[in-house]
Design a protein around this ligand. Structure first.
Ligand code: ASP
Length: 437
């Protein structure tokens, strides 16, 4: 059996619902369907989830919100009428509006996009609707509860065929909790894992991953297969398409994830596997991704390595201030702590003072405006000359490298460069490894 998840653009209107139906009917193993809330129908349009958040905000401060809710309702009614469905969502939409007016939670409000989308999809496909609140469990502290969810899913989802709303679940008392934005991908992966599905198909509006960001590199090659590890690196470093948390549940059971395009279902897409079968003539590098706006905190202390508690004390400053550390390259008497600018914003002075007190360094320096690039590929391991080509390509483009890091798995080479060199660097590395001269 396959779990199929359709993203917001695949559920944006009646025409998109029709494409979903033809995809589902083309393969009778597509027995469990997870849907997002309707997304944008055209570039200037709004996603239903964004409108629901806005609605909640406005109603909370009694600043209206009725107009926004009316547009949301209209979107769902348009789909219902466009598909000539026998069900009528109007009374339930009106009830939800009343609930929002009397102070429904933010998560409950946001979850209604997926809820109504799934109700419509179930009616259209002739599948049974299962509310995610019944099967996706969060514990009392609001953390996702994997064990309880697995039991509930196995108990509830038997035989064929079901539609489940993505993005949310509930605590035992019924209180709705959502995952982070884009979280319907996580729901699909959780169901695939709990049901030991043969495949998790994630249908979106692009034909899978590309070797680099198409807004930076012209016509980058598509990636037919990537491994979970490569995908983790690429999506962590900013390659969009799949929610980064969605990898873990499928990976636990080795379930392949297939990224496919609802608007071009014949395209191969990207297949994500535990291990890729690679030939020696395949590209050495699988993909290049990167993120802007990091900050380097350089800490220098003479004979730092002889102080056994130095690293612990330095890290504890970041831990106490709830700032995740992304990289920590070091040399003999200096260490650089690399963090996202947004996570340290407003706390810079406090951090410097605390490092001064706990670690008594000789020098501390802060440099903003750093970008991190990851050159990723399992084929790079145990091969000489790959980093030389990365650094050579950057040198030829006059890019100064501020930081270098390579994990022992040799799955990636990470370089830190100035924000202003970001696009140029990605193009230079792409050309080096993918352009046939
Ligand atoms: N509708 C939610 C969002 O826009 C979740 C999802 O689409 O995956 O973030």
């Amino acid at each position: 059996m396959k779990i199929t998840k359709f993203g917001g653009s695949s559920c944006a209107n009646a025409a998109q619902f029709k494409k979903v139906k033809s995809i589902i009917s083309a393969d009778n193993e597509r027995q469990v369907v997870v849907v997002s809330a309707p997304g944008k129908r055209f570039a200037e349009d709004h996603k239903i989830t964004d409108m629901l958040y806005l609605c909640h905000q406005l109603m909370e401060i009694s600043l209206g919100g009725e107009e926004v809710f009316a547009s949301i309702k209209e979107r769902f009614m348009d789909i219902q009428h466009g598909l000539h469905l026998k069900i009528d969502l109007e009374p339930e939409l009106d009830q939800v509006e009343q609930k929002l007016k009397t102070g429904a939670s933010r998560d409950y409000t946001a979850s209604r996009g997926e809820y109504f989308s799934a109700k419509l999809m179930a009616a259209y496909l002739g599948y049974e609707f299962i509310d995610a609140a019944e099967i996706i469990r969060f514990d009392q502290r609001g953390k996702y509860d994997e064990k309880a969810t697995r039991d509930l899913v196995k108990e509830r989802i038997k035989d064929c065929c079901f539609v489940v709303p993505g993005f949310y679940g509930a605590q035992e008392d019924g209180n709705i909790i959502t995952f982070s934005r884009g979280g319907s991908d996580i729901t699909g992966s959780i169901l695939a894992s709990a049901l030991a599905a043969e495949k998790y198909e994630n249908w979106t509006d692009v034909s899978g991953f590309l070797a680099a960001d198409p807004s930076i590199v012209e016509d980058p090659i598509p990636l037919n297969t990537v491994t979970y590890d490569e995908l983790r690196e690429l999506s962590y470093m900013g390659a969009p398409v799949l929610h980064q948390e969605a990898i873990f549940p499928a990976r636990q059971r080795g379930i392949p994830i297939h990224i496919l395009n609802t608007n071009a279902p014949e395209d191969y897409g990207t297949l994500i596997l535990p291990k890729a079968k690679r030939n020696s003539d395949d590209h050495i590098v699988t993909g290049i991704a990167g993120l802007k706006d990091f900050m380097i905190i350089d800490v220098e202390k003479y004979r730092m390595t002889e102080d056994v508690s130095f690293y612990r004390k330095l890290c504890s400053v970041f831990e106490a201030n709830d700032i995740p550390i992304h990289h920590m390259p070091s040399s003999i008497d200096t260490i650089s702590v690399i963090v996202r600018e947004e996570s340290i914003k407003g706390k810079e002075r406090k951090i410097l003072e605390e490092i001064d007190i706990y670690c008594s360094p000789d020098v501390i320096e802060i440099t903003p405006g750093l970008s991190i690039l990851a050159v990723v590929g399992e084929n790079m391991a145990f091969r000489s000359g790959v980093s030389a080509r990365v650094f050579g390509a950057l040198a030829d483009s006059d890019v100064n490298i501020r930081m270098i890091s390579q994990g022992s798995s040799e799955l990636n080479i990470i370089v830190g460069i100035a924000n202003t060199d970001f696009e140029r660097s990605i193009r230079a590395i792409y050309d080096e490894f993918f352009k046939v001269s």
